[in-house]
Design a protein around this ligand. Structure first.
Ligand SMILES: [Zn+2]
Length: 81
């Protein structure tokens, strides 16, 4: 694959559709609607720790580390948003 220009990469990142998602993003995508709502609400709630979210997700079969939860939360992960 030919290397893309930086400009193309910046643009692609901005559009954000094709980047690989982090495991947190993948877990959110994979879960049912109710769980997704709960998880998004938990991510938006500063009082709920990333470690707590990680533990609950792991208990439900989503192998998401606390660091990944926190990165996703701060939007510095590979997901689009
Ligand atoms: Zn993410």
């Amino acid at each position: 694959m030919a290397e893309k220009s930086l400009f193309a990469q910046f643009k692609e990142r901005s559009q954000g559709r094709r980047g690989p998602r982090c495991t947190m993003g993948l877990a959110i995508e994979a879960m049912n609607e109710k769980d997704r709502e709960d998880t998004l609400a938990a991510l938006a709630e500063p009082g709920i720790l990333g470690t707590a979210i990680s533990r609950v997700l792991k208990a439900h079969g989503f192998d998401v580390g606390a660091d990944t939860v926190n990165r996703h939360r701060r939007r510095v992960c590979s997901c689009e948003s």
